[in-house]
Design a protein around this ligand. Structure first.
Ligand code: ADP
Length: 208
């Protein structure tokens, strides 16, 4: 099964993707994680991307696409994947259709995890990520529950950037809801509540 996860920042995309990956062995492709890895590696692409990310803007399409294409070539993608954070604008959605067609793959569903924006700001300010494996947790976790790595607050989860990211979502990414509706691929779940409760809804909605 090949799925796109569509949701505002902090709506719990990453968490739901981690759960689906663990249970169904799907490859988790997070363009945010790929970009953060490029930054950590000190590559020129990472350096260029960082400024956009810290400002809450989208990184230019060509930079993200080159990371995505490389990742889609990995072996683990062959059993299905969850695309977390891509596409994020209509141009990327059109590109994705073409890229998948080239490798004879198809999207089964675009999963929209819907959450009230007021809840999102609170979630993002409390969010922490693992420096080692990218696991997403909250501010009460001292060490990563998955690998024991150090938890930190992403630069773009600081209050100044959160508003810009939500604006970017509303103007650039939310129009994709209509795009995927038009392809008859949109599946919507209520993202409010405990992550495990949301996960039950996600599986039901995807028929898993
Ligand atoms: P969140 O969904 O919580 O904002 P992500 O890790 O998905 O977190 O993304 C973090 C940042 O990485 C985004 O604000 C954006 O700057 C950049 N980014 C991630 N995916 C893309 C993409 N597909 N296109 C452009 N920029 C991206």
């Amino acid at each position: 099964m090949n799925i796109v996860l569509l949701a505002a920042p902090g709506a719990g995309k990453g968490t739901q993707a981690q759960k689906l990956t663990a249970e169904f062995g799907l490859a988790h492709i997070s363009t945010g994680d790929l970009l953060r890895a490029a930054i950590a590696a000190g590559s020129s692409l990472g350096l260029e991307a960082k400024g956009y990310m810290d400002a809450g803007q989208l990184v230019p399409d060509d930079l993200v696409l080159s990371l995505l294409k490389e990742r889609l070539g990995s072996d683990d993608v062959q059993n299905g994947f969850i695309l977390d954070g891509y596409p994020r604008n209509t141009a990327q959605a059109v590109t994705l259709d073409a890229v998948l067609r080239d490798v004879d793959k198809n999207l089964d569903a675009a999963l929209l995890v819907a959450v009230d924006p007021a809840i999102i700001v609170d979630r993002l300010s409390r969010r922490r990520a693992c420096k080692e494996c990218g696991f997403t947790g909250i501010d009460t976790m001292r060490a990563c529950p998955r690998c024991g790595g150090e938890m930190y607050q992403r630069d773009d989860d600081k209050p100044d950037t959160i508003g810009a990211r939500l604006d970017t979502y509303a103007t650039k990414t939310a129009p994709l809801i209509e795009y995927f509706k038009g392809q008859d691929k949109l599946v919507e779940v209520d993202g409010q509540g405990d992550p495990d409760e949301v996960y039950v809804r996600v599986k039901e909605a995807l028929g898993l």
